[in-house]
Design a protein around this ligand. Structure first.
Ligand code: FPP
Ligand code: MG
Length: 268
């Protein structure tokens, strides 16, 4: 029984990683990005057709592994997360059109999109882990695991967006300021726009006019946008640590706490 559970947990980790990699391969195509983890992206090396099919292949294989878990609750959770991933990416693309009338609305849309494209997969994984350990859906351990994944995912993506703005391409292993170049407004610029309303006009037109990128960068740098984004990331990390501490002490819990710390302190 113990080894069956171990295999299920391993298969869950495997299929979540496969979905994650598939989503990044497709994301690099959508974003037209040619560098990931310090190397050329798949589509830059082998072309868009092969990259799209490689992502599809990983997704197909992940579905086979998911079915093999024989747990309908986990199948439902992970397939809903897949739906959210695609919806989040679509929300991001439509946010480039810049139709938001006010910055508050944009910030709440950003948080929703962040849940969809990142936190949904992580929380479905952590919740599934508890369900595969024979926990009932109503068990508080399931709830703690889900909240841990949710807040870890939110913190991770907010830091990712901060690093896209302030980070160095060499250490990140991917292009920087990619979001603004794609017309996407993330936490640093959205917070800054509350302090410096002129940024709303630049966000609205997707930083498309000549000089927009340079002007937006210097306005965000002058503002508290990055600081407030870090505050948001730390807020989620704090809630993640509370959820984690509801679980019994173990070396695994310690490792997850360290992972959480690294998520907010990383510079790459
Ligand atoms: C990275 O965002 C992208 C994601 C977290 C999700 C991408 C989802 C899809 C492309 C939908 C298709 C899904 C599947 C399963 C094939 P980012 O561009 O902000 O991060 P980056 O800077 O690392 O590229
Ligand atoms: Mg991308």
């Amino acid at each position: 029984m113990g080894s069956l559970r171990q295999k299920q947990h391993r298969d869950l980790a495997l299929l979540i990683e496969m979905i994650h990699v598939a989503s990044l391969i497709h994301d690099d195509v959508v974003d037209g990005s040619d560098m990931r983890r310090g190397g050329a992206t798949l589509h830059a090396q082998f072309g868009v057709k092969l990259a799209v099919l490689a992502g599809d292949f990983l997704l197909a294989r992940a579905s086979v592994v998911l079915g093999g878990l024989h747990d309908t609750r986990v199948v439902q959770l992970v397939s809903t997360a897949l739906d959210s991933l695609v919806t989040g990416e679509l929300m991001q693309i439509s946010s480039r059109e810049g139709s938001a009338e006010n910055c508050n609305h944009m910030l709440s849309q950003y948080l929703r999109k962040t849940y969809m494209k990142t936190a949904s997969l992580i929380s479905s994984a952590t919740k599934s882990t508890a369900l595969l350990s024979d926990r009932a859906a109503s068990d508080s351990v399931v709830d703690s695991c889900e909240r841990f994944g949710y807040h870890l995912g939110m913190a991770f993506q907010v830091v990712d967006d901060i690093l896209d703005f302030v980070g160095q391409s060499d250490s990140l292993g991917k292009p920087v300021q990619a979001d603004m170049k794609l017309g996407i407004a993330t936490a640093p610029v959205l917070f800054a726009s509350k302090e410096i309303p002129i940024l709303c006009a630049l966000i609205d037109r997707g930083f498309e006019e000549p000089g927009d990128l340079a002007q937006a960068t210097s306005l965000v740098t002058e503002s508290h946008g990055v600081e407030q984004s870090y505050r948001l990331a730390h807020f989620h990390a704090h809630l993640a640590s509370i959820a984690l501490l509801e679980l019994p002490p173990s070396v695994y819990r310690d490792a997850l706490m360290e992972l959480l710390r690294m998520t907010v302190c990383r510079d790459s």
